[in-house]
Design a protein around this ligand. Sequence first.
Ligand code: GCO
Ligand code: CA
Length: 257
Amino acid sequence: MTLNNPLFSLEGKTALVTGSSRGLGQAIAVGLAGAGARVVLNGVNADRLEEAAGAMRALGHAVEVEAFDVTDEAAVVAAFERLDDADRPIDILVNNAGIQLRKPLIELKAEEWRRVIDTNLTSAFFVGREAAKRMIPRGYGKIVNIGSLMSAFARPTVAPYTAAKGGIKLLTQSMAAEWAEYGIQANAIGPGYMLTDMNEALTSNPQFDSWVKGRTPSRRWGKPEELVGAAVFLASAASDYVNGQILYVDGGMSAVL
Ligand code: GCO
Ligand code: CA
């Protein structure tokens, strides 16, 4: 994809996308690479990461992998030290890593709650803090946190995910509050109902499938690659005066009753 407007170019920039061996993270990683970025893929499964990296390199993209657990503070610190040692400054951070756990709140165990909050929210704090430590002295950085439609709306059985995604929205605003003066823009994307492995249980459920199609003005599920435009926008010079915002990419679901 060649871009005719340099405003949206990511040439010369390095992007770290957490949870990017598959799903939305992988789609965003491919999209940022398509806009010219060097991409660092992240996940905990090294094999899956290498596989995703290989496929991207086959498309001619510059790709590296950094396998680390985004919920493990020491592992995150060590990963950024490796990136420092490799002289690989991260210009763009996409905090995408996340899991889903569908269960009635009344039955939820403490360990289940903590696992979702740690993976979907605390990880963005750990990785965001380490990235910002390097972005601040450089006076430049783009942070794109992946929220959700659930950053604003709830539905039964996804309470920890929803609480975490609500937290992502306000963490994004907090990052803007503290880091904007250093030339960092921190924004979020709120995906709607997207066709991902995580949502397999929903897309294969006829009732839920028809609810999504009826409730979404676009009358369809979103495709992961349909997040690329918003990601490139928020990762590029085109958004230099945008801060602390969340952009819902949801077929209009959040705009209507
Ligand atoms: C669910 C879905 C949502 C998704 C959706 C909105 O169970 O309701 O998993 O939580 O995240 O794509 O972002
Ligand atoms: Ca070192």
